[in-house]
Design a protein. Structure first.
Length: 466
């Protein structure tokens, strides 16, 4: 199938400094239902607005049917948009709301009548032509907004959280209707939501975004079953996520227990393991690979959400079995219930250069480590200008609310629970991201200081050209 939209190395910054979209590449095929999914502020709307032509790209290119459209104005793109707020004209009746654009184009009355009638049928509101906007429910108003957007048969329909103002049941109904409508029309839908369930239900393809970057792109099943990293695993569905290591061929150890797995990575490699709660089997304590005590049981309608404390780690299970708080239980996890992801070894790697006073500027600040830590006994006579890379393990650091006392400060941008601690992403004012583990629960947006003991920094001398 052909690509209808392609973004090549697209970057966007609003203030000329911080990029809210960072070097994104994406492809959308003709007739696909594609969802841009991610937390608030990750850049979904910005991407949609650039495709629609309401926002320029700072660098990179956008192609439509293979033609570069960076400079094509919004009204000349075969693209229409449905917004979160219905944006209907309250003083016009439904016919006139839908016919508005067609009248501007001076189409003959009988053509307009036919188009309005057809599109009202499409959104299941036949005979509503004369009704006033105020007399419609939220769901009906949104259907009119959709009818207005599709009446001209655009090639692409952009939908920016179009269902978020609707109540739960209407939202569910509209999800199915929209999907159906998209199939019938054959129009490419690019849909924005922060609701992972909505994305899983509706899409052919989901593009998961965080902090202006694409984290993963794939079918709902690929994204759910094979998340590319811990952000995606945490954002899509419920999951237990643990740090661990490969401890043999198809053997992985996490929560101080070795399991068989299906992912083939080298022995000794550092990994993150994802286990969905529905893949945690609770059994008699003597039969379990892991053993623990039930610390909470929450009834969820069709199953119980059960949390089990296994040593230092918490394991969350979904089960229809009845267990009680305080029960001692065993846990088994089948190999296909464990998804192993390589640990991202690029986290907390920074490059710096030795200055005249022996200090190294790295990431946000200047540090003055004992040069012996870097060169051993062979400290060069004039180390100025030598490129150095520095690294610290996320588990070596700590967070504090006494930010003023720290050299490195920032705001928390991501939180992932890892069974016995939280893994935080912290972004400094200059835009550098740090990853730190901490036992304490902070909130997204908290302003924190990062404490890294100097002796925990690992240094490496870089070759000239780096
Ligand atoms: P939400 O789900 O909350 O709408 P989003 O993922 O759609 O979020 P965007 O609206 O694309 O995110 O915003 C991405 C980032 O760009 C945010 O940090 C936002 O503050 C910033 N931003 C968006 N529009 C502008 C603008 N016109 N000027 C400056 N910054 C902007």
């Amino acid at each position: 199938m052909e690509n209808i939209i392609e973004l090549r190395n697209v970057t966007k910054s609003y203030d000329g400094k911080t990029a809210v979209i960072e070097d994104i590449n994406l492809e959308i095929k003709k007739g696909e239902f594609v969802t841009l999914l991610g937390p608030s502020g990750c850049g979904k709307t910005t991407i949609l607005r650039m495709i629609g032509g309401f926002e320029s790209v700072t660098s990179g290119d956008i192609f439509l049917d293979g033609r570069r459209i960076n400079d094509v104005p919004a009204n000349e793109r075969p693209i229409n948009t449905v917004f979160q707020k219905y944006a209907l004209f309250p003083f016009l009746n439904i016919y006139d709301n839908i016919a508005f654009g067609l009248k501007l184009k001076k189409l003959p009355k009988d053509v307009i009548d036919k188009k309005v009638k057809d599109v009202l049928e499409m959104v299941d509101l036949e005979g509503f032509e004369k009704r006033k906007i105020q007399t419609l429910s939220g769901g009906q108003q949104q259907r009119i907004a959709i009818a207005r957007a599709i009446v001209n048969k655009p090639q692409i329909l952009l939908l920016d959280e179009p269902l978020s103002a609707l109540d739960y049941q209407m939202r569910k109904d509209m999800q199915l209707e929209l999907r159906q409508m998209q199939k019938e029309l054959g129009i490419t839908f690019i849909f924005v939501t922060h609701d992972q369930e909505e994305a899983l239900t509706m899409s052919d393809k989901i593009i998961v975004l965080s902090d202006g970057k694409i984290q993963q792109s794939g079918t709902p099943k690929e994204i759910y079953d094979e998340p590319a990293n811990s952000f995606v695993a945490d954002f899509i569905g419920e999951s237990n996520i643990y740090n661990g290591n490969m401890t043999g061929h198809l053997k992985v150890t996490f929560c101080d227990c070795e399991f068989e797995c299906l992912d083939d990575y080298p022995d000794g490699m550092r990994i993150e393991a994802v286990v969905r709660p529905e893949d945690v089997d609770i059994c008699r304590i003597e039969e379990g690979a892991l053993k623990g005590e039930v610390i909470s049981v929450i009834f969820k309608g069709t199953f119980y959400e059960i949390t089990i404390q296994c040593g230092k780690n918490e394991v969350v299970a979904k089960s229809t079995d009845v267990v009680n708080v305080g029960d001692k239980v065993g846990i088994n996890i089948e190999p296909d219930g464990i998804h192993v992801m390589p640990y991202d070894a690029t986290k907390n790697h920074f490059k710096g250069v030795i200055g005249a006073d022996g200090g190294i500027t790295f990431a946000d600040n200047v540090i003055h480590p004992d040069l012996k830590l870097i060169f051993g006994d062979n400290i060069p006579e004039n180390p100025e200008g030598i490129n150095i890379s520095a690294f610290f393990d996320p588990s070596c650091g700590d967070l504090t609310d006494d930010a003023e006392s720290c050299d490195i400060t920032g705001n928390i941008i991501s939180i992932i629970y890892k069974g016995d601690h939280y893994s935080y992403g912290v972004r400094s004012a200059s835009g550098t991201d740090y990853y730190i583990d901490d036992d304490y629960l902070w909130n997204t947006g908290d302003y924190v200081g990062i404490i890294i003991p100097e002796e925990k920094l690992e240094f490496d001398v870089q070759a000239e050209e780096e």
